[in-house]
Design a protein. Structure first.
Length: 494
């Protein structure tokens, strides 16, 4: 059990429940404790926020202990902030109109959600202070015509700061104790702006110290954090899921719940496969593979903190709270099919490095990967023929051109000596991944998969499979995405 300033926090030890809130050296929290995260679609407007508050207050009554809640910015706000920053950087004063729109949006939500004049006045003052601060920062960006990654991180987090105040005030307005918490005070990161890495040791101590009072429902800002010097950082776009799991691991909660606008993780994208259905249980490995390959209901980093603590994660629907959702845990119930789900990554490009001189030459691969790393590109998928005659690297389109240009420069000696014949870049591609723990040891699965694609006249450009046999990934032309996913779903999932 974690210790905080000489007190011991215990909320999962049933033997200690019923002893009261506090006794010497011991803080006892009655009932199970949960982290609940609500995304932008869940807090899109006043009506959605009211529904979210219903869910939170109901959980508070059921559990007998207040949940810790993580909220994203209202839907569209983060995009508007990033666009405003870009406009200010280019000297376009339209950012002022965007700022006025954000002010009006939040003011209207206050009017719709707050009935107590005292709470409303305090909230309005706090929000106006934050929005005035935002205006000053954007004006500074306009003056210097520059928006660094550091400044962009600072601007991007204003939506969460506003929504956490709004949700907390609305719950308080309904007679339940609630308090907004700025995650910049409790999540410590390095200074890699845009995708900061968390210092878990310091962060866990900060979280346990700040969130020890369990009389209030804490409404924590998602997505944002800070360095040791107090400089604002972000955990990557859509990083509020990650915030929730960091809090869950630090507090050793009963579960982490990700509330979104779908009933759970689906077998495929329902926009492509209308009869895709909810997967009731996923293993951590399956969920990580699906999230990495584009399943949008969960952030790829979300599971990293909870795996170590073996905490289950639930994907739930704010619009349908009674639905069971998807449970993600170390082990999942056995499935009666080899493939659990299908995911895809849009708008990727493939770099193909070919040359007879690469065969049997030590160090060629290391030079290739070093060059790509230097360009700042992230390699999503790798495929190499056993003959070593060619290597295919798949990156996101916006990174691939820079990586290809870097390779041509860094490997110019090998190109001039004919060791490498070509470095080609192919755009307009899609990665599709079929994922499932039952794929391991399934004889004939690859044959059935490629037969299904062949019957739909889908050409495969590159293939990769990990040694765990949990995932088969392949690259096709983007225009054939729908046919490929539909064919696989029909053949394996139905």
């Amino acid at each position: 059990m974690p210790e905080i300033d000489g007190w011991t926090l215990c909320h999962r030890n049933t033997a200690l429940r019923g002893m009261g809130r506090k006794c010497p050296g011991l803080i006892v929290i009655i009932g199970p404790m949960h982290i609940m995260k609500f995304g932008g679609s869940s807090v899109a407007d006043a009506g959605r926020i009211h529904s979210v508050a219903d869910i939170i207050i109901s959980r508070n009554k059921t559990d007998g202990v207040p949940p810790v809640v993580v909220v994203s910015a209202m839907k569209g706000v983060t995009d508007a902030l990033i666009a405003a920053a870009a406009a200010a950087e280019s000297g376009d004063t339209s950012y002022k109109t965007a700022l006025a729109g954000l002010r009006q949006k939040h003011h209207e939500a206050v009017k719709a959600l707050i009935t107590d004049n005292s709470i409303g006045t305090t909230l309005q003052t706090e929000m106006d202070f934050i929005l005035d601060e935002l205006g000053e920062i954007l004006h500074g960006v306009e003056l210097v015509r520059e928006c660094s990654l550091r400044t962009n991180d600072l601007i991007s987090g204003f939506g969460e700061r506003l929504s956490s105040l709004l949700v907390a005030a609305h719950i308080a307005d309904r007679g339940v104790r609630a308090e907004a918490v700025d995650a910049r005070k409790i999540i410590r990161t390095d200074d890699d702006h845009g995708r900061a890495a968390v210092d878990f040791n310091i962060t866990e101590n900060l979280i346990r110290t700040r969130l020890v009072d369990r009389e209030s429902i804490f409404i924590v800002t998602g997505f944002i954090a800070s360095t040791a010097d107090g400089v604002a950082t972000t955990l990557g776009r859509n990083g509020s899921d990650y915030t929730a799991s960091i809090l869950g691991a630090a507090l050793n909660v009963e579960s982490v719940e990700i509330w979104t606008d779908v009933d759970g993780v689906l077998t495929a994208d329902p926009r492509i496969v209308p009869d895709a259905w909810v997967i009731r249980e996923l293993s951590f490995q399956e969920a990580m593979e699906l999230s990495f390959f584009g399943a949008e209901v969960i952030h790829p980093y979300t599971l990293i903190p909870v795996i170590e603590k073996d905490l289950p994660v639930y994907i739930k629907n704010t619009l349908n709270p009674s639905a069971p959702g998807t449970r993600i845990a170390r082990t999942a119930a056995p499935k009666d099919r080899p493939i659990t789900g299908i995911a895809s990554i849009d708008d990727v490009s493939m770099i193909t490095i070919e040359g007879g001189g690469m065969v049997g030459m030590p160090g060629v691969a290391s030079r290739i990967f070093a060059s790509v790393a230097k360009s700042g590109a992230n390699i999503i998928m790798i495929s190499q023929a056993s003959s070593e005659h060619s290597i295919c690297l798949v990156c996101r389109r916006e990174e691939a051109r820079k990586a290809a240009d870097g390779l041509k420069k860094d490997l110019s000696d090998a190109i001039s000596s004919r060791m490498i014949r070509n470095i080609n870049l192919t755009d307009g591609l899609e990665i599709i991944a079929v994922i499932g723990e039952n794929m391991r040891g399934q004889v004939g699965l690859s044959g059935k998969l490629f037969s299904a694609l062949g019957d739909s006249d889908v050409n495969i450009l590159a293939i990769a499979q990990g040694s765990t046999e949990l995932n088969i990934s392949f690259v096709i032309e983007s225009r054939r995405k729908s046919e490929a996913i539909t064919a696989i779903h029909r053949a394996f999932i139905g």
